[in-house]
Write a protein that binds this ligand. Structure first.
Ligand code: RIB
Length: 322
């Protein structure tokens, strides 16, 4: 049985490489004092164009947390494709396996943010849905030589299932962020090591609303029975429900003033992946990831909001002072 102090048990000479297979988007953001009602036009919004996509954000976050990260993705041959790649490189994400799909637009997201930081998103997947089995065959060796595969649900289900199959054949741990919520086969779920999802995604998989910590704990335990060794249900400002054997544990969130919740979950997942491949105890990894997500929420945009390892450590030090 796993425990809250569990780690992956690496030897020092084993690879610690993280492979993120997922989406990239250009995010077009409108920040408003409040979200419009149906048919209403808000005229005092602030506009920002940044880079996002759950896969790219998680690769960025894992690299910012200090991980060795490869990103596997498909961009379009429009003017955004090279910009998406160039934005990942300064933080150390290896983009050798970001493929370009001819005649297709790069992924695009429209993000509307209200005064309280809550967001509404609409995504046009574009080239993200061009990533296919033949691309994944080109990263077989990379997967075999990795410490963790990180997945989300903004790529085709067939590609997703193929990655899960290859990773599990090669006995690589899989961290799945089930976002946005999508049906996954029970056989894929069985092969997941770390499952991370929010309340609505947990409701989607479990069939009952997560209205309290007790219900989150029940959901997490029922999901663990379906395969994952560790289930983490993120509860926004209420923290995280962590189930890894025995009773589920509540990890409180850090109180911050929310500006934009976009990519908070991605910051959490990327930072968590890096801590886990470093063999940090699970509870410490979750605290670090929660701190990274808290910092992200205080800023506007996806990738520009994701903190570095040093910044997250400083935040944790500041918050541990009496
Ligand atoms: O998780 C946040 C991300 O979701 C945004 O960056 C947007 O691109 C969508 O993929």
């Amino acid at each position: 049985m796993a425990s809250q102090t569990e780690s992956l048990g690496h030897d020092s000479d084993k690879p610690r490489r993280i492979i993120v297979v997922g989406s990239s988007n250009v995010d077009f953001i409108m920040k408003m004092s409040r979200l419009p009602q149906r048919g209403e036009t808000i005229t005092n919004a602030t506009f920002l164009q940044t880079f996002g996509g759950k896969g790219a954000n998680q690769a960025y976050a894992a690299a910012q947390a200090g991980g060795e990260v490869y990103f596997v993705n498909c961009v379009g041959d429009d003017r955004y494709g090279p910009a998406i790649v160039e934005n990942l490189q300064p933080v150390g994400v290896n983009t050798r396996f970001v493929f370009t799909s001819p005649g297709v637009a790069s992924g695009t997201a429209l993000v509307m943010i209200g005064g309280d930081g809550d967001n509404y998103l609409s995504v046009a997947p574009g080239a993200n849905y061009e990533l296919n089995r033949s691309h994944i065959d080109q990263v077989r060796a990379l997967i075999a030589d990795s410490a963790m595969i990180v997945l989300q649900c903004e790529i085709l289900a067939d590609t997703f299932d193929y990655v899960v199959e290859l990773a599990s054949q090669q006995r690589r741990p899989i961290l799945l962020n089930l976002a946005p919520a999508r049906a996954v086969t029970e056989s894929s779920l069985q092969r997941v090591t770390y499952l991370i999802l929010n309340e609505s995604e947990a409701e989607f998989l479990c069939g009952f609303p997560i209205e309290s910590f007790e219900l989150a704990a029940r959901a997490a335990e029922s999901l663990r029975a379906r395969g994952p060794r560790v289930v983490l249900i993120t509860l926004g400002s209420q923290g995280v429900c962590l189930s890894s054997g025995g009773e589920a544990v509540h990890v409180p969130a850090f109180a911050v003033t929310a500006v934009d919740a976009t990519a908070a979950g991605d910051s959490f997942c990327g930072a968590l992946a890096t801590c886990l491949v470093e063999d940090q105890p699970l509870i410490d990894a979750v605290r670090f990831a929660s701190a990274a997500a808290a910092i992200c929420v205080t800023r506007l945009g996806a990738q520009p909001s994701i903190p570095s390892r040093q910044e997250t450590r400083q935040f944790l030090r500041d918050r541990s002072r009496p």
